[in-house]
Design a protein around this ligand. Structure first.
Ligand SMILES: Nc1ncnc2c1ncn2[C@@H]1O[C@H](COP(=O)(O)OP(=O)(O)OP(=O)(O)O)[C@@H](O)[C@H]1O
Length: 243
């Protein structure tokens, strides 16, 4: 089976900083994968390289066997960036943001058709934002903002969803809503890759986990990955096992 996401020998440098060094990672469709690592371990850089927002120094990324640029063009790929990377003052409503997921299908006129409006309404309902559809995007809570971006990916009918810290600044009920949503999207055959600092929620969220420290330290089920020894290697922490 062609991997939904195939990362091969990927290295990324920012000047002198080696953010990623020889990363290999294959993800199959229909799975949620949690990407875990300490601050600066390269998680955001890996997502950006998969989206095609940063250029690899070495190596390749293929999405369903195609380049990130081609996958973006075809709407295969949806990306929910870290909150800091978004200008929340932008004068667009929640509905407008979700409609952006339909742009690729609308041609250059960007004139929404009935089917686009229907897809947007359905995506808003799935993330439970129907009542807030006309609100300016910056006037949402942290969890609602994340859900708006997930709705954009749903409206786009993307097969691959990448989410950078979807639980940061999100309260527990909203986190539960997002976890359920991501699990449902994977059950439909989509591939979901999520960076998270919330180790406690990984087992409920993800089918598999990856520990990153410039390279992939370990990739397996959450139970295989989240051992004291592995966490100690990834985070450089003393654990009970070391004492
Ligand atoms: N645009 C940039 N220019 C220069 N260095 C960068 C840039 N973006 C990231 N870096 C550096 O690359 C390394 C990896 O950063 P990255 O943001 O990918 O890590 P991260 O694991 O997502 O961290 P965090 O958990 O803090 O979000 C860090 O050393 C960071 O300082």
């Amino acid at each position: 089976m062609t991997a939904a996401i195939a990362v091969d020998a990927l290295s990324v440098r920012y000047g002198e900083v080696v953010a990623l060094d020889d990363v290999h990672l294959d993800l199959q469709p229909g799975r949620v994968c949690a990407l875990i690592g300490m601050n600066g371990s390269g998680k955001s850089t890996l997502l950006k390289a998969i989206v095609g927002l940063v250029r690899p120094t070495h190596g390749t990324v293929l999405l369903d066997g195609e380049s990130p640029a081609r996958a973006r063009q075809r709407g295969t790929l949806a990306y929910v960036p870290q909150s800091e990377d978004v200008d929340w003052r932008f004068p667009v409503s929640v509905r407008d943001v979700v409609m952006m997921g339909r742009y690729g299908r609308q041609g250059f006129t960007r004139h929404p058709r009935a089917e686009d409006r229907a897809a947007v309404a359905e995506a808003l309902a799935r993330v439970d934002l129907t009542d807030l559809a006309d609100r300016q995007i910056g006037r949402l809570s942290g969890g609602q903002r994340k859900r708006a971006f997930v709705a954009r990916g749903i409206a786009q009918d993307a097969g691959i969803l990448l989410l950078d810290e979807p639980f940061a600044g999100v309260d527990k009920p909203s986190e539960g809503t997002i976890v359920r949503l991501l699990r449902d999207l994977a059950a439909e055959g989509r591939t979901v890759l999520v960076t998270t600092h919330d180790l406690a929620s990984v087992a409920a969220l993800a089918d598999e986990a990856v520990l990153l420290l410039q390279r992939v330290l370990v990739h397996g089920t959450p139970a295989e990955v989240l051992t004291p020894e592995n966490l100690s290697r990834a985070f450089g922490l003393e654990t009970g096992a070391d004492r």
